[in-house]
Design a binder for this molecule. Structure first.
Ligand code: BGO
Length: 277
């Protein structure tokens, strides 16, 4: 028998609880994440020769340091490296939901995308080019309707199939100005062996540029005052060149990527187009 750990990640209201219940039925237990008051739900399922442990991460819009929920989700993904991450998205709100997806992929999480609420998409007669979405993101994509139990078996088989696969992180091009500083910061942090082992370096550089407090804390005590000064200069350079904070630019570029992705893969139904214009 194979033991597999699946993490469920998604925005609040994406249907994560419904999916968790579909996956694990009555085989659930509830506790708390260590050190915080955030609820921790786990459950099991069997699929062929596999015993699958499903860990329900707190619902979040992002993987920053904004809330305990985000830190719990990010820590689990970073330090417990589940075999697969199932990302539940509300397909009727793709633009907002894909922001978390991008962060999972930039982190290098081995992800399956569950296009949940697909019944609503069909009801609106929208068309989504699943193959194209899957090929641009580099991950399998499955249509689901968690509240109706649709697509659940296919989601499980897809997740089990790719469990443990080594996934290369998605690389978004953040434009010359930012890319230059991502490179400079990478060159600094990679000199520290612990950071090099613990993190994907490009991802770490991005987190530093995003000023993720929780990650910065971990970085600050591992680097010298001079290295930290160099990093500060990189961030200031971006701000003086562009007139914007680096975290704002990163978020903007991510939304740019998402909008382009949606343009390439989502076809509005005729009636919806008419309503919009
Ligand atoms: C209510 N399709 C549709 N149509 N709805 C879905 C699907 C789907 O695939 N999946 C989930 N929902 P959660 P989080 C509700 O509770 O699982 C619905 O936050 C209602 N409740 O049934 O809780 C699901 O864990 C009264 O809806 O999500 C739930 O991620 C009227 O989406 C909601 C209508 O799902 C959120 C809906 C009293």
């Amino acid at each position: 028998e194979n033991n597999i750990v699946i993490a469920l990640a998604g925005n609040p209201n994406s249907g994560k609880t419904s999916m968790f219940n579909q996956l694990t039925g009555a085989r659930q237990h509830v506790g708390n994440w260590p050190g915080v008051t955030v609820e921790r739900k786990e459950g099991t399922l069997k699929y062929k020769d596999n015993l699958v442990n499903v860990v329900d991460l707190p619902g979040t819009y992002s993987l920053g340091a904004y809330s305990e929920d985000e830190v719990v989700a990010k820590d689990f993904l970073l330090y417990h490296s589940p075999d697969v991450t199932v990302n539940i998205v509300d397909t009727t709100n793709l633009q907002r939901n894909l922001y978390l997806t991008l962060q999972l992929l930039e982190m290098g999480a081995n992800t399956v995308l569950a296009l949940n609420m697909y019944d609503q998409v069909e009801k609106r007669q929208q068309k989504i080019d699943i193959d194209k979405l899957s090929s641009i993101l580099g991950i399998p994509v499955v249509k689901t309707s968690a509240s109706k139990g649709e697509g659940v078996t296919q989601l499980v088989s897809t997740a089990v199939n790719i469990a443990g696969r080594d996934k290369k992180p998605l690389e978004i091009n953040y434009g010359n100005e930012l890319e230059e500083e991502i490179k400079s910061i990478s060159e600094i942090v990679v000199m520290n062996n612990e950071l090099k082992v613990k993190y994907n370096i490009r991802w770490l550089a991005l987190k530093i540029l995003e000023q993720d407090e929780h990650i910065l804390e971990d970085v600050e005590h591992r680097l010298s005052a001079r290295q930290l000064e160099e990093i500060k200069k990189c961030i200031q350079r971006i701000e003086s060149k562009t007139g914007e904070e680096s975290d704002t630019i990163i978020a903007d570029m991510r939304y740019g990527f998402i909008n382009e992705l949606i343009e390439k893969t989502v076809k509005k139904s005729k009636s919806v187009e008419e309503k919009v214009s």
